[in-house]
Design a protein around this ligand. Structure first.
Ligand code: MRU
Length: 349
């Protein structure tokens, strides 16, 4: 399976997603600060992968800490959690993972654990978050594959694949599970300006898996829908509000409106860690504004004239009325989403 992030000796290694597909370069992070920088600069990206990286980064930071007493470790731990929380604001998986690490720290410290006990507990928690994410992807993939007809032509936006998770993928997990179930599918991958996650990452993953893949620019989806060439849309999410409104890569909203206009189902595949019941609706989801350079340049080539103002909101919000169903690792949520999301989130709690 495609490795996204892993431990290697005393470091965390991750494939540099800024360089794919032209170069397969592995970045070695030796400190929590290096992990935080890797998240911010999108060496690693995708909501679940960001959460996994933050948890592993926190565990790494505490392993490297010189603190000899619980009090000093607590101060350093909190500082490290705050640094991770400041990396990217939209994907709630980041805050979910930090919260899990905080609860693990507090439980061990409360039990009178030594500094070494706390370090070991944090490392175990980070490993659990990593492994559970892969298992969640496989489970949501199986649920979602039921909704994929044989011969389906599937549109996806951005990259919600193995690279965006600890492995296997959410939206691409659904596609992989459909293929594993013997269905013939073909995928249309939106290029996904400005960072080109679709053209670079989704296409790279699917071609590696031998899945029929066609890259289109973002403005082609409507015409292809009108010609009857798209049967369903499946995407990931960075945060799903309590009412089912969801944030995902900029451009998802346009795809959703087009899909509704053409009577094409729109599915979201996302783990429970993406569901944020504390956020009532999409209006309350913070949207990250990224550096202008991602829009003005492709690589080192400038596209826009000096002096033109630039907007670069990295995500948009799709209201739940455009959504057909959400595939989670605990089952399928359908309207009314307020109830179905609350039900799946409450399971096992
Ligand atoms: O800015 P990115 O690349 O981190 O945005 C990623 C997305 O929008 C994904 O669709 C989302 O995180 C779901 S990934 C399983």
């Amino acid at each position: 399976m495609l490795p996204t992030i892993d431990w290697q000796d005393d470091a965390i290694v991750m494939i540099d997603q800024r360089k794919l597909p032209s170069k397969e370069v592995w970045v070695r992070c030796r400190t929590a600060t290096e992990v935080a920088r890797a998240i911010k600069t999108m060496v690693i990206r995708g909501a679940p992968a960001i959460g996994v990286a933050a948890a592993m980064g926190i565990a790494l930071g505490m392993r490297r800490s010189k603190a000899t007493g619980t009090k000093a470790l607590t101060t350093e731990f909190q500082r490290t959690c705050d640094m991770m929380a400041a990396t990217r604001p939209t994907a709630v998986n980041l805050f979910w993972a930090i919260d899990r690490m905080q609860r693990s720290f507090a439980a061990r410290a409360h039990d009178g654990g030594s500094v070494d006990d706390i370090r070991a507990a944090l490392e175990a928690e980070a490993r659990a978050i990593h492994d559970e994410d892969v298992a969640s992807c496989r489970a949501m993939g199986r649920f979602g594959a039921e909704f994929v007809p044989d011969g389906a032509r599937i549109l996806t936006h951005c990259n919600a694949g193995a690279l965006a998770t600890a492995g296997y993928g959410s939206a691409l997990g659904v596609i992989r599970a459909a293929v594993e179930a013997g269905k013939r599918v073909s995928v249309l991958a939106d290029e996904t300006r400005p960072f080109l996650q679709g053209a670079r990452l989704t296409a790279w993953e699917l071609v590696r898996d031998g899945i029929d893949t066609t890259v289109i620019t973002d403005n082609m989806a409507g015409a292809l829908m009108r010609q009857g060439l798209i049967d369903l849309v499946v995407v990931g999410a960075d945060r799903i509000a309590a009412n089912g409104d969801f944030a995902n890569k900029i451009g998802t909203y346009s795809v959703a409106v087009l899909a509704k206009e053409h009577g094409i189902p729109l599915y979201v595949a996302a783990p429970i860690s993406t569901v944020d019941l504390a956020t009532p609706d999409g209006e309350h989801i913070p949207i990250e504004e990224r550096p202008a350079k991602e829009v003005t340049h492709v690589g080192t080539t400038r596209l826009t004239p000096e002096g033109a103002k630039i907007r670069n909101p990295a995500f948009d919000v799709t209201p739940h009325r455009y959504l057909t169903a959400i595939f989670t690792e605990r089952g399928v949520c359908q309207a009314p989403f307020t109830e179905s999301l609350r039900r799946v989130a409450a399971q096992h709690d």
